[in-house]
Design a protein around this ligand. Structure first.
Ligand SMILES: [Zn+2]
Length: 469
């Protein structure tokens, strides 16, 4: 029995889809004005695990993911610059070029992390008529008002249950209201459905509408596209925890007002990857702070993308994961140990060898318990070490578990691990030279490059020695 945490009910509940064994899944995608950072990618790994677990439990999934390529402003309070136009100005390209480039980079990142692509990719700019139709529907029902020179807004005071996802109450909202409130808003929580282009200037991305030339508000796209591809009632909607109080809250308000009934049964949110700060509070990895790591950078430092995936699985998706190079190195070593075990067991596998029930039961119990991946990994390691069981059956068990883990068990190859003692010695010399020249970045890079191949370095007064992890 699959049990999943639902942000709306704030409890772990037995999962039941609306329609027999079919599951509609909508996940908020990336705003493509820059690369995804590894905190974003952690969330997409969580969503991939969710999808794989649903499949493992026998459900058929229809998964839709959007690409935000217009309308996401630098402030969640409908003020600030459009992130796309800001990205375009930064790089001296058009907003359209920026969107195309970073969308491709995003798709490539997901592929390198062995994330199963969605059945439908949908871009906000390809769905302008659907978004206008949604705003019109809300206007007809009396949920909107226009602020001259600014945009069409949703009147949140029309709803008695606004903010139910995060249990916001009116008083708490007033106290927590942002300072940069749009003039003319009737309530602090009201939000833009359609924004007008600034008077006297032409935006790169703008469209005519019944209310004036402009562009859709950020939240409008997800409601319009989710309903278009998955219908008026949805099984699961996912995103990051930072989406809860504004983006998803507003998606709920506008969709339920437009259709007059409950929209989503399960809301699921992935926690942040945080950067611990010495003597201070851990900070969320974010692009606005300018400090963020990409998957490309990890690969350049010698890490296998699958080792990053393995690293993500070591924490439950509802817990913050503290990032450090040491933790990533440890995950890299663990991943390589798995790889060597797989190669060893695979050589002794025969076609008739099936998975071992006892270990699969333990694994299933873990993943069905709100995607408890740390426990699932423990079950996986227990299976590898079960000396009572024939090696071929242990291999078959790993292959079966990998339907959920997605670590690429069947494709693990010898050469990914191989590194000769000569090459290791050469890199150790290079690292010593880098340290002498105080180029610690290069020295660290060499350490992690070797770590990714399962080689651990040990420094002592006599010099550096190495061993296989
Ligand atoms: Zn969204």
């Amino acid at each position: 029995m699959l049990r999943l945490y639902n942000t709306m009910t704030q409890s772990v509940d037995e999962f039941r889809p609306i329609d027999d064994n079919k599951v509609g899944l909508y996940t908020c995608g990336l705003t493509v004005y820059n690369y995804a950072h590894i905190g974003n990618l952690r969330m997409y790994v969580f969503e991939d695990i969710l999808k794989r677990v649903l499949r493992f439990c026998g459900y058929q999934i229809r998964h839709v993911m959007n690409i935000t390529d217009v309308g996401h402003l630098t402030s969640d309070a409908d003020t600030g610059e459009d992130k796309m136009e800001k990205g375009a100005a930064r790089e001296g390209k058009t907003a359209w070029e920026i969107a195309e480039f970073y969308q491709q980079a995003f798709v490539a990142d997901l592929d390198r992390l062995n994330i199963i692509p969605p059945d439908v990719w949908c871009k906000a700019t390809d769905h302008i008529p659907e978004q206008i139709a949604l705003v019109r529907k809300l206007e007809e029902k009396g949920f909107t008002y226009v602020i001259d020179g600014d945009g069409v807004y949703f009147d949140t005071s029309r709803l008695s249950d606004y903010g139910k996802l995060v249990r916001l109450d009116a008083e708490g909202l007033k106290a927590g209201a942002r300072v940069d409130v749009v003039a003319g808003k009737r309530n602090v929580t009201d939000f833009a459905l359609w924004k007008f282009s600034p008077q006297g200037s032409k935006r790169q991305m703008e469209w005519p509408s019944p209310w004036g030339v402009g562009f859709p508000g950020w939240h409008t796209e997800c409601s319009a596209m989710a309903v278009k591809y998955l219908g008026e009632r949805l099984d699961i909607h996912c995103g990051g925890v930072d989406h809860k109080s504004v983006h998803h809250t507003n998606e709920i308000a506008q969709t339920e007002s437009a259709y007059g009934h409950k929209w989503v049964n399960w809301w699921m949110h992935g926690e942040w990857l945080v950067l611990p700060k010495e003597g201070g509070e851990a900070a969320k990895m974010s692009k606005s702070s300018g400090e963020f790591l990409t998957l490309d950078y990890l690969i350049k430092r010698g890490y296998d993308p699958r080792a990053f995936r393995y690293y993500c699985l070591n924490a439950h998706y509802r817990q913050q994961l503290a990032f450090s190079w040491e933790a990533l190195d440890a995950a890299g070593i663990g991943y390589n140990r798995l790889k060597r075990t797989v190669l060893d067991l695979r050589g002794q596998h025969r076609k008739a060898d099936g998975p071992i029930t006892k270990h699969m039961d333990r694994f299933r119990a873990a993943v069905e318990d709100d995607l408890n991946m740390p426990r699932a990994l423990a079950a996986m390691w227990a299976a590898t070490k079960d000396e009572q069981a024939p090696p071929g059956r242990r291999y078959a068990t790993l292959v079966d578990m990998d339907r959920v883990l997605g670590l690429g068990v069947e494709k693990m190859e010898e050469e990914q691990l191989a590194i000769s003692p000569e090459e290791i010695a050469k890199l150790i010399d290079e690292r010593a030279a880098a340290r002498k020249a105080k180029d610690f970045a290069r020295a660290d890079q060499i350490r992690s490059q070797l770590g990714a191949k399962g080689i651990v370095l040990e420094d002592s007064r006599g010099g550096t020695t190495w061993r296989r992890a």
